[in-house]
Design a protein around this ligand. Sequence first.
Ligand SMILES: CSCCC(=O)/C(O)=C/O
Ligand SMILES: [Fe+2]
Length: 205
Amino acid sequence: MQLSQQLDFLQDDREEVLQAWYMDDSDEDQRLPHHRDPKQFVSLDKLAALGVLSWRLDADNYETDEELKKIREARGYSYMDFCEVCPEKLPNYEQKIKNFYEEHLHTDEEIRYCVAGSGYFDVRDLDEAWIRVWVKKGGMIVLPAGIYHRFTLDTDNYIKAMRLFIGDPIWTPYNRPHDHLPARKEYVESFGQKEATNHAIDASA
Ligand SMILES: CSCCC(=O)/C(O)=C/O
Ligand SMILES: [Fe+2]
């Protein structure tokens, strides 16, 4: 049984803290929701088909949360720290905000668990459209290595996220284009094919 299936019992009610939708292409403030008209929501299953995993956890009790402990053990997330995004807590805030919103990838998973506030993690689907993932208190997401993505605060202007990592963390962002990196090639091989299969299934339904 796949690891994501083994952890399925944790995935009830995720939509209360994790919502996703296709973005419009307006140049308005990045912190606005940027829904299309009409709104076009994206299921968490569709995100999973892109390799984006998600859970809802008890953010008020993360220190003693057995569910979080199980996920960390199962996925090998030995490293943990917190990143608070607001001018008072984040050194070099303005530059960091700009950097987070540059489209980029990492050579490892990006694992973020929102324990306070909220924010938008935007991911590219395989047709290059942006999907906006709104992560609120209690929402945890894993962006796979090699997926193009970016982050912005929403109009509440605050998030405190737990950052998890397997071993010593590497935070390096590789701004697009970095298609030659093995992590990108592996991502496209793993999830490009699955998405193509989904299109074929949709078309035949
Ligand atoms: C909410 S954590 C800050 C965003 C971040 O760490 C990142 O890497 C975005 O891609
Ligand atoms: Fe990132």
